[in-house]
Design a binder for this molecule. Structure first.
Ligand SMILES: Nc1ncnc2c1ncn2[C@@H]1O[C@H](COP(=O)(O)OP(=O)(O)OP(=O)(O)O)[C@@H](O)[C@H]1O
Length: 313
């Protein structure tokens, strides 16, 4: 087993400096002048319109591709879920995952057990003995995600990893990501859904014309000090039918049940990130965030709030 690489005193365990990437000797620069610090225990989202180089950047971060210029320093134990999983290998799902678990340093028994547990969590246990080539796209994607989670990585890199997953598996991946970060791991992800893990990322970067902007620095509001006073946010979250939201949610949200069973939580804007984070990291059942919208200003500073479920429409 490899010893984990200790983070630097600043917590940064991967650095990109002056990184550029182009394909082919005279191809256009897809990325240029990228400086990026990836710190331990953080959740990082990379955004950008189609073709701006998100997957290219993730491959450099994951260490499966090298920059054309510049340098990447540090290499935490890394796992990667690619945008397209090459599933045409001559193994069943369980065999493949057990082998991957062993590649990641687990003994055979632990690898087999871990593969079984993760397949169960993702609702794919029934396909454990199906050859990879015969799996549906969704189940194949579950196997791609499980092979990365099995690695117990310090750095998990997810390129549209939620695509093709059913709702239960998406929520399970949300929880797995939140769990990794809570345990001190780092997750860097790209996803087309702007609400994916909404409120949870410590940092959001935006790729634009080859460069990288910091779109939103970490701003997890726990105390309500940083938000404009009066603004409220409406969060619609979906759990199993009839499930109540967890108790003790940040910001003491007003809770209503939508006609289709979803839960609508209204909270002062200052607490919305903390509330989203709490839902994403909630113990079972998992909660899927459906929408996050601005709900308008409080009519008075002393509007009563409650956390009981109000069934009025
Ligand atoms: N292996 C490759 N060989 C040649 N060109 C490539 C390769 N990979 C990516 N490109 C080009 O680099 C550019 C950026 O692609 P990349 O997939 O990194 O962007 P993206 O932001 O992830 O795109 P999308 O949102 O469509 O997934 C595109 O013009 C693409 O055609």
């Amino acid at each position: 087993m490899r010893a984990p690489r200790p983070p630097s005193p600043s917590g940064v365990f991967l650095e990109l400096r002056g990184v550029g990437r182009r394909y082919g000797l005279r191809g256009p620069w897809v990325l240029s002048g990228i400086d990026l610090d990836v710190a331990a225990g953080t959740l990082v989202r990379i955004e950008g319109t189609n073709g701006t180089g998100k997957s290219t950047l993730l491959r450099l971060i994951a260490g499966i591709d090298q920059p054309t210029v510049g340098r990447v320093a540090g290499r935490p134990r890394t796992a990667y879920v690619p945008e397209r999983f090459p599933a045409a290998l001559p193994f069943t799902a369980a065999d493949y995952l057990a082998r991957m678990g062993q590649v990641h340093g687990h003994g055979r028994t632990r690898a087999v057990r871990g593969a079984g547990e993760w397949l169960e969590r993702f609702g794919a246990a029934g396909h454990a003995h199906t050859p990879l080539a015969e799996l549906s796209k969704g189940t194949s994607q579950k196997v791609a995600v499980v092979q990365a989670l099995l690695a117990d990585p310090q750095l998990l890199v997810l390129d549209e990893a939620w695509s093709g997953l059913d709702q239960r598996a998406r929520a399970e991946l949300d929880r797995a990501v939140a769990g990794r970060v809570a345990e001190g791991g780092t997750v860097v992800f790209v996803d087309h859904d702007p609400l994916r893990l909404a409120g949870a990322p410590d940092t959001v970067y935006r790729l634009r014309a080859g460069g990288l902007d910091r779109a939103r620095p970490g701003q997890v509001a726990e105390s309500g000090e940083s938000a404009p006073p009066g603004l409220r946010v409406l969060i619609e979250a979906e759990g199993p039918p009839g499930a109540d939201p967890p108790g003790g949610l940040p910001g003491a949200p007003t809770v209503q049940r939508a006609p289709d069973g979803a839960i609508r939580l209204t909270v002062p804007a200052a607490y919305s990130d903390a509330l989203l984070r709490a839902l994403l990291t909630a113990a079972r059942p998992p909660w899927h965030i459906r929408t996050v919208t601005q709900a308008g200003a409080l009519p008075t500073p002393r509007e009563p709030r409650s956390q009981g479920v109000d069934d009025r429409p």
